[in-house]
Design a protein around this ligand. Structure first.
Ligand code: BG6
Ligand code: MG
Length: 223
């Protein structure tokens, strides 16, 4: 039986459906270099920092750019992304996320955010859920991005909890790897085909309570 005292959530694609906006913005930019960004390639970009995402896309087209141009295109992509989320509010939270955060908070489970996005603090503010998080680790707070465990290890340290008592919720392959490398339980959000390393994979939080999630985890671990 697992004994969970904390949950750390990835943001994009777990709490809010921004994964689609990141994809749209990169897909649009990739066209400049005649690169078609596919679903499979985009799965590899999930959880990856802005600059490393751009470098990955450029490598697909064997394009070499200097640092100044890389910075320029990162800024352009982020401006486009910010325009896509300009009117974002609570209505863009994924189903049942708010209820789950409230439940965790009511029963005394510590809550952290572990995101590669430098826009994470802005998004939790816009969607009105900032007050649920006792620790927020964003892309501005880490030296080593996912799949390195630093994002989640720092989150656990700030919460004062141990990885073996903490569930990480992630929609990206790199984030699941980061959680497992850090010694956390890793629950994938999405398809088991994309998230093979996760302890369990759920399609989303709809119709799920904390107890329901922990029961599924126990059932799989005890198999
Ligand atoms: C991650 C997303 O959460 O944040 C990636 O999965 C994104 O797609 C990364 O590139 C960095 O986000 P931002 O907002 O700092 O450009
Ligand atoms: Mg994500």
């Amino acid at each position: 039986m697992v004994n969970i005292t904390a949950c750390i959530f990835d943001l994009d694609g777990v709490i809010v459906d921004t994964a689609g906006y990141h994809f749209a913005a990169w897909k649009e930019m990739a066209k400049r270099w005649n690169i078609e960004l596919t679903h499979a390639e985009n799965e590899k970009l999930k959880g990856v920092s802005r600059v490393d995402s751009l470098k990955h896309i450029l490598a697909l087209g064997n394009i070499n750019l200097g640092d100044d141009e890389i910075n320029h295109y990162c800024t352009l992509k982020n401006d486009h992304y910010l325009s896509l989320i300009a009117s974002m509010d609570e209505s863009e939270l994924l189903p049942n996320v708010k209820a789950l955060l409230k439940e965790l908070s009511d029963i005394g489970i510590k809550i952290g955010l572990g995101s590669a996005s430098k826009n994470a603090p802005l998004i939790i503010k816009k969607t009105g859920i900032e007050h649920y998080f006792q620790a927020v680790i964003s892309g501005s707070d880490v030296t080593n991005g996912k799949p390195h465990p630093e994002t989640f290890s720092k989150g656990a340290d700030n919460l004062g909890v141990l990885p073996e008592s903490t569930i990480v919720f992630e929609d990206s392959q790199k984030g699941i790897t980061a959680a497992k490398r850090g010694g956390f339980y890793a629950i994938g959000i999405g398809s088991p085909l994309d998230l093979k390393e996760a302890d369990i994979v759920i399609p989303g939080f709809e119709n799920l309570t904390f107890d329901g999630i922990v029961s599924q985890l126990n059932a799989t671990l005890n198999k």
